[in-house]
Design a binder for this molecule. Structure first.
Ligand SMILES: Nc1nc2c(ncn2[C@@H]2O[C@H](COP(=O)(O)OP(=O)(O)OP(=O)(O)O)[C@@H](O)[C@H]2O)c(=O)[nH]1
Ligand SMILES: [Mg+2]
Length: 288
């Protein structure tokens, strides 16, 4: 029998913070597997999202954005995890945001992949934005020599995703599937819900507060009445952050809980009961 070849491998999404790596991952997988916000350093764990196709399977590895001032503990940890994610991969997808100027951060990120001997693609994202137009050629000219190909796309609108997938399949080795046919992510249910709560915290909190929180889901239980009961802790490093998260008359935490529940109810079609406790934990960065 003439068997069609099956391709599989890991495609790492790398780039500085906020360029749209997680948005692109979600568009490719077709479901929200990663959280996205307008704030930098949204992604903290290098999560995987899977695209299944008749040609094979692409495992996309989303990574935290590279930020220059690697002084605080969180940024150092995120940078280390980006470096770790660059091991054992098959193709590199380097994402840039032409609505922003090129800075030192961009050069630092490029340095991290220059020496890696794998097929590399430059992805110029956010081409739907007017302000992207003036920098597109600039990015192309500056980076062209470091990459095997360039694709312009909009992760938000989902344009040119087929071109992207074609390039990846052309460059992937033949191999066995890493995930089962219905699996789309490496995150378990508790981790996905914790991420969703963190997204709502990120969207609501300002300045340094989003970078001082961590979420742990302890329990998910479907009760006899059909309600899904979830118990989670929001950990933060200081008493004053705790007060800011809870808000006046507990308005803050209620809003975070409400928006998380709304999204979960829309996805599951079930009623959600969410118990959120805010706790002080000065060592969460070391543990997460
Ligand atoms: N206009 C436009 N906005 C986009 C596009 N892709 C992403 N964005 C926006 O850019 C912001 C950052 O998106 P993310 O996907 O969280 O970026 P990221 O690179 O994963 O960021 P970190 O995880 O912090 O490194 C969000 O507000 C997105 O809605 C795009 O194609 N067009
Ligand atoms: Mg991200």
């Amino acid at each position: 029998m003439n068997q069609e070849s099956f391709k599989s491998g890991f495609a790492v999404l790398i780039g500085r913070s906020n360029v749209g790596k997680s948005t692109l991952l979600n568009s490719l997988v077709g479901t929200k597997v990663a959280i996205t916000t307008p704030k930098p350093q949204t992604t903290r764990v290098p999560l995987q999202g899977v695209v299944h196709d008749h040609r094979g399977q692409i495992v996309f590895v989303d990574t935290p954005g590279v930020m220059q001032k690697a002084k605080d503990e969180l940024t150092k940890k995120l940078l280390a995890s980006v470096k770790e994610s660059l091991r054992d991969i098959d193709v590199i997808l380097y994402v840039v945001d032409p609505t922003r100027e090129i800075g030192n951060e961009e050069r630092q990120t490029l340095k991290m992949i220059e020496h890696i001997d794998k097929p590399k693609l430059l992805i110029i994202n956010k081409v739907d934005e007017r302000s992207a137009q003036r920098n597109i050629d600039f990015y192309r000219d500056l980076f062209d020599e470091h990459f095997d190909a360039v694709i312009e796309l909009s992760a938000l609108q989902g344009t040119n995703l087929d071109l992207l997938k074609n390039w990846i399949f052309d460059n992937l080795p033949e191999g066995e599937a890493y995930y089962g046919p219905t699996e789309i992510s490496n995150l378990g249910q508790k981790e996905r819900i914790a991420e969703l709560i963190r997204e709502k915290l990120f969207l609501r909190l300002r300045e340094e507060v989003p970078y001082s929180v961590h979420v742990v889901v302890h329990e998910i239980e479907e009760r006899k009445n059909g309600v899904i009961y979830i118990r989670a802790d929001v950990l933060t490093s200081q008493e004053r952050y705790k007060r800011m998260i809870i808000g006046q008359g507990a308005r803050g935490i209620k809003e975070i809980s409400q928006s998380t529940r709304n999204e979960l109810e829309a996805v599951t079609g079930k009623k959600i009961y969410l118990e959120l406790n805010v706790e002080i934990d000065t060592h969460w960065v070391e543990r997460f």
